[in-house]
Design a protein around this ligand. Sequence first.
Ligand code: UDP
Ligand code: MG
Length: 200
Amino acid sequence: MATDKIQRTLAMVKPDAINRASEIENIIREEGFTIVERRQLRLSRSEAEEFYGEHRGKPFFLNLIDYVTSGSVLVMILAGEDAISHWRRALGPTKVSAALNEAPSSIRARFGDQTDDSRNAAHGSDSVTSAQREIKFFFPDLTLEPVLTGEGAKEYLSYAVSPTLVRALTELCKVRPEDPIVWLADWLMVNNPNKPAVDE
Ligand code: UDP
Ligand code: MG
């Protein structure tokens, strides 16, 4: 897989769709995203106003703040190739009626409120800068290493991943377990070179 455009983006399931969050998460996985982090919370008005600060003063602003504070939201960091535009494409157009017309299989068409264009089920960052800001907004304590690409990625794999994987696969060939995937997962848990040296 090309690793030169691996990005992270912020996805949010809005209150109107929170009871269908697991269906939306399934779509996220089917689309090939990795869910790096997830958190369910209820936004206060001042948090919502800060998150949507770019829209302050617009005619729909108050309505938008009422909407996103009306119940819990689920926020997720998604990672994948071209994740920002990929997730925006999966969402479909901003307005539910436009989504229904132009992208009937999109998330906003399927999960948005057909009687209210604003209640469009989900959010996605619109640029690299917004993604960084929005991820920091919801996950301020998370340290995300830059996504390695090209030679850097190869080098990382060769010193951090391959040695353990080669040991694991060699062992797997010797043992020939009935369910190799489960066996490998268990082996990696036990032999994880990064696990804490002291049990908690
Ligand atoms: N919104 C609205 N009326 C509008 C435009 C936007 O109610 O005319 C709401 C809608 O819920 C949208 C959110 O405000 O998702 C943020 O608007 P933006 O233009 O950033 O659209 P998005 O990036 O979510 O597609
Ligand atoms: Mg936006």
